[in-house]
Design a protein around this ligand. Structure first.
Ligand code: DC
Length: 222
């Protein structure tokens, strides 16, 4: 079985919990591949947006997703040779992604694409349902969380670095709203996978969070 030869660590958690940075740090330390599953939802959303697909038209959204052939190379993401790394991060694409992510058909269509990232020696997969649905055989499952306030503070700092002014109170209420939508949706709701270890990073730096995951990983292999 694939799970025996490819080491898999899943890191799921709410928006702005630092999943992406933690996954990248853990993967670098172990020499593993990384799957940012949110980027696949965003790629599907960008294609739907460009083809003017109605997000509630599940069949057409599914067809768009099944045609996706993204190329991940040197930290960049390409669709039909076009570099879409920045385009998929746009707010409108994120909104479209969260809408289409409620579709069971779309989630099924992206399933195989996600599974193909499991290549030796290992994979760190981040998202919402990596440990529960996509890689249930993972060796280590993490549910990374942090208080809405500390996640909002991190997002505030990131935006500031990009020269974007934001309001911390608005960020906190936006995060709480998204948490509610993510945890209450009918299909693959956000919740710790069975056997997942919950890591609250509210009081930890990025490096401390990465070190904790690495410690748990080594413990799980001992
Ligand atoms: O992590 P992100 O914000 O880039 O993800 C974009 C959207 O995709 C997000 O609104 C939720 C959805 N998503 C999901 O439903 N399941 C995943 N495994 C990853 C992302």
């Amino acid at each position: 079985m694939q799970g025996k030869t490819v080491e898999i660590i899943t890191i799921d958690g709410p928006v702005a919990s630092g999943k992406g940075s933690v996954s990248a740090g853990v993967a670098k330390a172990l020499g593993f591949h990384v799957l940012d599953s949110g980027s696949l939802y965003r790629l599907a959303a960008l294609s739907c947006q460009r083809e003017q697909v109605d997000p509630s038209d599940e069949k057409t959204v599914e067809a768009v997703a099944l045609k996706l052939a993204p190329v991940f190379k040197d930290g960049r993401i390409y669709l039909q040779k076009e570099d879409v790394t920045e385009a998929i991060r746009e707010e409108s694409v994120g909104v479209m992604a969260s809408k289409i992510a409620t579709s069971k058909l779309l989630r099924k269509a992206l399933f195989d694409l996600q599974r193909r990232f499991a290549q030796p020696p290992g994979l760190v997969a981040d998202g919402r349902d990596m440990g529960s649905v996509v890689f249930p055989e993972a060796h280590l499952k993490i549910f990374l969380t942090a208080s809405a306030e500390s996640r909002a503070q991190r997002r505030f700092n990131q935006l500031k670095e990009l020269g974007i002014t934001s309001n911390i109170n608005n960020l906190v209420s936006d995060l709480k709203e998204r948490d509610k939508r993510d945890t209450e949706r009918a299909v693959a709701p956000l919740k710790p996978a069975e056997g997942a270890r919950v890591l609250d990073s509210s009081q930890l730096t990025l490096q401390q969070t990465i070190d904790k995951v690495l410690e748990w990983y080594h413990e799980s292999r001992a």
